[in-house]
Structure formats: structure tokens, C-alpha cells
Design a protein around this ligand. Structure first.
Ligand SMILES: [Zn+2]
Length: 290
């Protein structure tokens, strides 16, 4: 599943390639989008900007029309030169926005809608989004308060709840919990202030580290290069995610995994580094990374 960092990179890449460009063609297999295109053609407009919020991406065209997409599990945006072969099957194509030099192609996006700025503001799901972890004006105190407001949730569920804090996905959920030594199956009400601060701070740190310009963002799909350990060896790039029964990188205990939450997303953790009992004393957030 794409996480906030993937969508952020995709939006940044698309914005770089498309902002200010004239749309020379628009294709879609989605009837709802075709109808809008028929009534108020996209071709002939220019792209004003491409932005992300959480896992949503919005492409704004001149005249105020906004194309909103959500990637859910399998959706992605790619950028190609007009003659370049696609890396996904044509049958998976949903939308193509063409400019003279660049085509932006959306594959398998399950949600795609046109909005005016007004209907966009009222859009369910987007309206209730918490702060974007990657936003330049991210306020950790506000994010902490939001997470605090749902003491009934398990830690792993709270971190994935986009209405509390937008952008974290399933990979980073497990990684952030490990880095803060918090068991993802603890209730939020057992989490102390230091731990909560660590969860928020580490979420932002991990996502920011994965959207660095150098991380190679020409093709905007997830490339498997996401990392949290800071280690150069690509086989050691994550602490716990996807490592069931493999030894913990800190203590050697086999990593465990279990499904969690309404969507039954698999959660990974070290039972020794992340005990179910809350700590007696405060822990040091920067234990594993500088
Ligand atoms: Zn461990």
C-alpha cells in the first residue's frame, strides 16, 4: 500500500513535470470523469499544481477544476515521455493527462473525481484528515493532542488512523513503534507523554527521510527502497516490517507478526524490545537513530 511518502513523492514529481504546462490531451476509462471532460474540456487548460495530503493527490487545472485521486492499495501515477513504453498494463490505465513532453498516467486508482474548490473542501474523508505528517507547517503538539483524543484505540490502529494524523501507512506503523519501543497492541491510554512524543516525532522523521530529493523519484511507484534503519545494506533497511521469525536487529529475539485493526493489516514487532507492559521510566526516543 502506498504510504504518505510515496504519494508525496508522486505529487512532487508530477508537480515538477506538469505545473505550468498546457494539457494537450486527456483520456480516461472512467465514465464519471469522461462526462466532466465532455462538458468542460480538460484539454486546453494548463496544470496549476499537483499536491498531496495524506494519501490523497489533487491536480488543479486552470479555471479551478481539481482532479482528486486516492491510491488505496494498488493505485499509482507514473510519468512517461509520449513515446515511452508503460511499466504497467494498458488495461490498468485509468487516466492519462498529456502535455507536449510528458504524459502522466494513473493506473488502477480506485477513487478519481473532479471537484471545484468548493466541493473539494466538503469532500468526505478529505475534510476529516488529520495533519499531514509531511506538511511544512506540521505541528507536533497538535498531532499529539489528536492521538491523545482516541485513548480507546490500540497504538497501531491510532497511527494508521488518517483522521488523527495523515500519511503513515502499514510499513511505517510497525517501524515507528519499534523505534520508540512501544508495543503496537498497547492501548493508547497506556502510552506516556514521552512515548507519544516519540511516536509523532519518529513518524515525521521516517517519512521525511524517505522523501529526500535524492531518493530517485522519476517513476512514482514504490520501489522497495523505503528504509528506517539508516543502514547501507539494502537487506537491512527495515527494523521489523516483513521480518516475521527473523532475529531482532537489537536483541536477537524472533520478530512476531499479527493482523490488527478493522482492515486486518499485518503488524510486526519484537516482543522483547516492545513489551506489552508500559515502561516504568521514560525511554529515550533517539535510541536507535541520531
Ligand atoms: Zn528486540
Amino acid at each position: 500500500m502506498p504510504e504518505g511518502d510515496t504519494i508525496f513523492r508522486a505529487a512532487r514529481t508530477l508537480n515538477k513535470a506538469l505545473a505550468g504546462q498546457l494539457v494537450t490531451g486527456f483520456e480516461t476509462v472512467l465514465p464519471k470523469l469522461s462526462r466532466v471532460d465532455f462538458d468542460s474540456a480538460i484539454t486546453g487548460r494548463s496544470v496549476d499544481s499537483v499536491e498531496s495530503k495524506g494519501k490523497w493527490m489533487s491536480m488543479t487545472f486552470s479555471g479551478g477544476l481539481v482532479l482528486l485521486t486516492h491510491m488505496l492499495m494498488n493505485g499509482s501515477w507514473h510519468i512517461y515521455r509520449p513515446e515511452e513504453p508503460w511499466q504497467r498494463r494498458t488495461i490498468d490505465m485509468r487516466i492519462v493527462v498529456k502535455t507536449e513532453k510528458i504524459w502522466a498516467v494513473a493506473f488502477n486508482v480506485p477513487i478519481a473525481e473532479f471537484h471545484t474548490p468548493d466541493t473539494l473542501r466538503r469532500r468526505q474523508g478529505l475534510r476529516q484528515l488529520g495533519q499531514d505528517v509531511l506538511a511544512s507547517n506540521f505541528d507536533p503538539v497538535k498531532a499529539t493532542g489528536q492521538l491523545r483524543s482516541r485513548e480507546d484505540l490500540l497504538v497501531g490502529e491510532a497511527l494508521l488512523s488518517q483522521s488523527l494524523m495523515a500519511g503513515l501507512g502499514n510499513v511505517f506503523k510497525s517501524e515507528v513503534c519499534f523505534a520508540c519501543r512501544v508495543n503496537p497492541f498497547r492501548r493508547m491510554e497506556t502510552v506516556n507523554a514521552d512515548e507519544l512524543g516519540c511516536l509523532v516525532e519518529t513518524s515525521r522523521k521516517f517519512l521525511l527521510a524517505n522523501v529526500k530529493e535524492a531518493s530517485g523519484d522519476r517513476i512514482t511507484t514504490y520501489t522497495g527502497m523505503r528504509r528506517t534503519t539508516g543502514r547501507a545494506n539494502s537487506e537491512e533497511r527495515l527494523w521489523v516490517y516483513g521480518r516475521r521469525n527473523q532475529p531482532c536487529r537489537q536483541c536477537g529475539t524472533p520478530i512476531e507478526s499479527r493482523k490488527q485493526g478493522e482492515d486486518a493489516r499485518t503488524t510486526f514487532w519484537c516482543p522483547k524490545c516492545q513489551p506489552m507492559e508500559p515502561p516504568r521510566q521514560s525511554n529515550n526516543c533517539s535510541q536507535f537513530f541520531g
